[in-house]
Design a binder for this molecule. Structure first.
Ligand code: 3H9
Length: 690
């Protein structure tokens, strides 16, 4: 017995309770007493059945991720599961909350699994760049079939209790006191008598697996892996479960796990896991929060509508404000259409759609916002317009209401300074489509009150966003770094690279798309308008816009698009335009390597990140990684730009930036002192010493 594992005997049914807050991870201090308890119960004649349950909010949520990369202390999970499978009396896992990773693998070591109706079960290791290493790839297919197991393991997405029941993973689903139900279930089974077959010896799920269908599914999934090793290894391991004897498949799973856990990709993904949780932490965690019951959104365009949906999806009633009834109807119509698409795709039930739509209240009268506790404006990106909106809010919002702007670039201190309650003003920078994209940059202005900030950080989590608190500067963290990443795009084109060559260097790196594909998708006119507002030019992009080539929406941009096609093809006219503009400037095109493209785009990205850290616009290097992995598609297997700098070698980045700075004199290559320090000390901490 220990604090982490306790046992009670209820009329012959031993209830083993794991208690390791917050998520009952299988740390060494759990595994050791758990193993001991199971050995004792196996040999205890007064015990007829064993239930494994958990205290607190969840069943075991997995191995203890903080132990990865350190020497394994025995007993490991595999030993515990192997031991469980030698027990002749019935063993039952009682699952509430989430049985994830090693947690589900522990449950798969039991003869039976029963679950609370709201429980979720899954093997999410792939999201950490791993595969299940405690036998999950070999046991799960034996219950649910190879193709279902493949989908669950490669996606890492958990399934609900009912689906798990239907698939054969769970033997019974209960509502109410789960431990009592599980104890009765175990007692009943013990009375009926065995023998009880461990999952390793069951074959109900595997049956006659159609390997051709399996391979076709695996090939589809591998295509989406985009250079990530873990999904491919997951598929291989599940295939082994079908084609190899149990012990051989288990050994192969172990070998793959050992390889992955030591890989840079898994280190990067584990870094992001903890970085996301760290980013949501504010100093002074006991700061009181304001009560938010109704949210107001001003502007029912793409952005405002998406923001409103994000809150409605999170269960908040939303007042949506527009300037005219027509604009309001258009916005609400778009929202309804978006939900209808989700229903037709099967990701939303008709009932849920109705409930969500019922959350919306449309209005064209600012006075209706007086009942809102948080009001977010998503109007035209123009300081005068924003100030006018905030002036109106100042007049009608209730005292203590949080007033947020969704600006992507504008100075929030200036907006806050224009009204009588700057302490209530902050930025909520959503990414489009706001109901889908996970990232939320929360912008703290100079006078933002700590409780207003703490409230929105908490709220972000409640609506399923990954929040990062940033300071005020032009473009905040994400868009400011994006500008640095793109600052050499035109120069690279003029010097001889083509849009598709640059985009390919990006997709080979692991980005979902390159900068020109991205520009065409987002609409080239957006950047054009921004440049014009700031008196900036970009000769190629501006010329394309002058020709009405705005990207996908006009069928032509940097690429040509067949009607309705999402993928563009290179356009000889664009290449001719680039050559013409280069010739006008006396530039003789030369061959540009993929390495040079990366050096002139991603090294400045890292450099700008270092400047942002120096200026304390971001609190931690890992916050920047969270922004880039969740909002801009930075490959998760590289951990975000600041983590990747370590993998790439900060000294190499410094050396090449110095080279380009010497050659061009451009400010974007001027190495940030913090980056130089990182090259010397290996740390982004500003007070790190060698
Ligand atoms: C695995 O199992 C490998 C095996 O196949 C093989 C073994 C041989 N370990 O997310 P939250 C911490 S791999 C250590 O904010 P929620 C987390 O950092 C694992 N710590 O709560 C945070 O700490 P802090 C497979 C963990 O309610 C605190 O717990 N399993 C672990 O929003 C609260 O977390 C997974 O990948 C862990 N496994 O969500 C599941 N999990 O307070 C990973 C959490 O100091 N976990 N912490 O910031 C999750 O998905 C979510 O935490 C969960 C709860 C859904 C469970």
């Amino acid at each position: 017995m220990s604090n982490s594992v306790s046992v009670v005997n209820d009329n012959g049914v031993a209830i083993v309770t794991i208690d390791n807050p917050p998520v009952n991870a299988l740390s060494f201090h759990v595994r050791e007493p758990l193993m001991q308890a199971l050995v004792d119960l196996r040999d205890d004649a007064s015990v007829t059945a064993i239930v494994i349950a958990c205290a607190g909010r969840t069943f075991v949520a997995g191995a203890d991720i903080t132990e990865f990369g350190k020497p394994v202390q025995q007993p490991d999970l595999r030993a515990i599961v192997a031991m469980l499978e030698t027990i002749a009396k019935p063993t039952v896992a009682a699952i509430h909350g989430t049985a994830l990773g090693g947690g589900l693998e522990l449950a798969l070591g039991c003869h039976f699994r029963v679950a609370d109706i709201d429980a979720k079960l899954g093997l999410p290791e792939v999201k950490l760049g791993l595969l299940p290493g405690g036998g999950g790839t070999v046991r799960l297919p034996r219950l649910v079939g190879a193709v279902k197991a493949l989908k669950m393991i490669v996606s890492g997405s958990p399934v609900g209790a009912d689906e798990a029941h239907e698939a054969g993973l769970v033997d019974a689903v209960f509502e109410g006191d789960l431990v009592t139900h599980a104890t009765n279930f175990a007692g009943e089974i013990a009375r009926k008598g065995g023998p009880f077959t461990p999952v390793r010896d069951r074959n109900d799920g595997l049956g006659e697996t159609d390997l051709a269908a399996f391979d076709a599914e695996a090939a589809e999934l591998a295509k989406k892996a985009r250079g990530l090793e873990a999904p491919v290894a997951c598929a291989q391991a599940v295939r082994n479960a079908v084609t190899l004897p149990f012990d051989e498949a288990l050994a192969a799973e172990r070998a793959l796990f050992v390889k992955l856990v030591a890989s840079d990709q898994s280190r990067a993904q584990r870094h992001l896991f903890f970085a996301e949780r760290e980013a949501a932490k504010l100093p002074g965690k006991d700061t009181p929060k304001r009560r938010i019951t109704r949210v107001g959104v001003i502007g029912a365009g793409t952005m405002g509508g998406g923001i409103a949906m994000a809150f409605a999806n999170g269960g908040f009633p939303v007042t949506l404000l527009e300037t005219s009834v027509e604009a309001l109807q258009r916005g609400l119509g778009m929202i309804e259409k978006n939900y209808a698409v989700s229903v037709s795709r099967g990701s939303l039930a008709e009932d849920a759609k109705r409930q969500r739509l019922a959350q919306f209240k449309g209005s064209t009268d600012y006075a209706d916002l007086a009942e809102c506790d948080l009001i977010i404006e998503a109007v035209f990106e123009d300081m005068a317009v924003k100030k006018e909106v905030f002036g109106k809010l100042d007049a009608i919002a209730k005292p203590g209401a949080i007033l947020a702007t969704n600006t992507s670039y504008l100075d929030i201190n200036e907006i806050a300074g224009s009204i009588s309650r700057p302490q209530d003003v902050l930025g909520l920078h959503f990414f489009s489509p706001a109901n889908v994209m996970k990232l939320l940059e929360i912008v703290r202005a100079d006078k933002t009150a700590p409780d207003a900030l703490a409230t929105v950080v908490d709220l972000a989590r409640r609506i399923g966003k990954v929040a990062v608190v940033v300071g005020v500067c032009h473009g905040f963290v994400g868009n400011r770094m994006l500008a640095a990443r793109g600052s050499e795009s035109e120069a690279l084109l003029l010097e001889g690279a083509t849009p598709s060559q640059i985009d390919k260097a990006f997709t080979d790196f692991g980005w979902p798309m390159g900068p020109f594909q991205m520009g065409d998708l987002a609409g080239l006119d957006i950047g054009w308008r921004n440049r014009k507002a700031r008196g900036l030019t970009a000769v190629i992009a501006d010329t394309l816009c002058e020709q009405g080539r705005f990207g996908q929406k006009t069928g032509r941009g940097f690429y040509l698009y067949e009607a309705g096609a999402r993928a563009g093809v290179p356009d000889p006219e664009v290449e001719a335009l680039i050559r013409e503009k280069a010739a006008e400037r006396g530039i003789v095109p030369r061959a540009i390597s993929a390495d040079e493209i990366i050096e002139r785009t991603l090294y400045p990205l890292v450099n700008e990140g270092a400047k942002i850290l120096e200026e304390k616009i971001a609190a931690r290097a890992s916050d920047i990684d969270v922004v880039w992995a969740n909002g801009y598609g930075f490959p998760i297997g590289k951990g975000g730009p600041m983590f990747w700098a370590g993998l790439e070698g900060a000294s190499r980045i410094v050396e090449r930036l110095d080279h380009w700075h010497q050659r061009t004199g451009k400010q974007v290559f001027e190495v940030a002192p913090l980056l130089r320090q990182m090259a010397e000390t290996g740390s982004w901490e500003s007070d790190a010493t060698a």
